[in-house]
Write a protein of this length. Structure first.
Length: 248
């Protein structure tokens, strides 16, 4: 499998199938082929194929899933597009930095770039599944980018970094070794373990959970522990749970 085949474009709850077709065209022009549709309101049809303009193979091979978790569970890196600042700021990437990170880490595991609904983007819950957020710095006086434009812009950054990486390889320059990061499903188990342990100690009360887990997700996404550190954290949490049980 080539490196670009390890990079997924994920479209969440797209309402107009023509946007899916245009996004497929944007992907193919930059060498991307892995399209995942999360609960699309309108499935691709003849209109989508017409707007794909020769990228019908990308549409035909698109995978349809019911939720974002299912689309990214086996990914080691997930970047979500966000057009507005949130109540709790998340680690942000510039588009160029986003392309670089996706290309470098795609050498080790599947990675995903996630786009939200045409009208409202991604929900806070969906954005919390992402390690980083990326925002295209469009003209603040007219920042209206449609879905296909956003896919094209970020896919271009991916391709430019991919070509640069190829040049480095051909010139025999060493590529820095990357950390062994856990997949999304492993980090989700860590969050579940954290919540379970914090409830056992009384730090989180089921009746008033507050924003503890949201803030904890933000902290760990910013720190981005590797696979060994995640195992260590889960070992610590198991120890905390045993201690809490012993006091009861």
């Amino acid at each position: 499998m080539s490196l670009l085949e390890n990079i997924r474009i994920v479209l969440v709850n797209t309402s107009d199938c023509r946007n899916i077709g245009s996004a497929a065209r944007a992907m193919k022009t930059m060498g991307l082929s892995q399209l995942i549709l999360v609960d699309p309101i309108e499935m691709p049809n003849g209109q989508a194929q017409a707007l794909s303009a020769g990228a019908s193979d990308v549409l035909a091979n698109a995978k349809v899933v019911s939720n974002l978790n299912e689309a990214v569970n086996d990914c080691g890196l997930v970047v979500g597009t966000s057009a507005r600042s949130r109540t709790l700021p998340w680690p942000m990437l510039e588009p160029r930095e986003c392309g670089q990170k996706l290309v470098i880490e795609a050498a080790n595991f599947p990675v995903a770039l996630v786009f939200g609904r045409e009208s409202s983007g991604l929900t806070n819950e969906e954005l919390q599944l992402c390690h980083f957020h990326v925002q295209i710095p469009a003209n603040p006086d007219y920042s209206s980018l449609n879905l296909a434009m956003a896919v094209q812009t970020l896919s271009y950054e991916i391709r430019m970094n991919f070509l640069e990486l190829q040049q480095l390889q051909h010139s025999d320059k060493a590529i820095q070794a990357q950390e062994d990061y856990p997949l999304v499903e492993e980090t989700e188990r860590l969050y579940q373990h954290f919540e379970q342990a914090l409830k056992a100690t009384g730090f989180i009360t089921p009746s008033h959970p507050g924003l503890v887990m949201t803030k904890l997700r933000r902290l760990l996404n910013r720190a981005r522990p590797d696979a060994k550190e995640v195992k260590m954290l889960r070992g610590i949490l198991s120890s905390v749970e045993k201690a809490a049980q012993g006091k009861k």
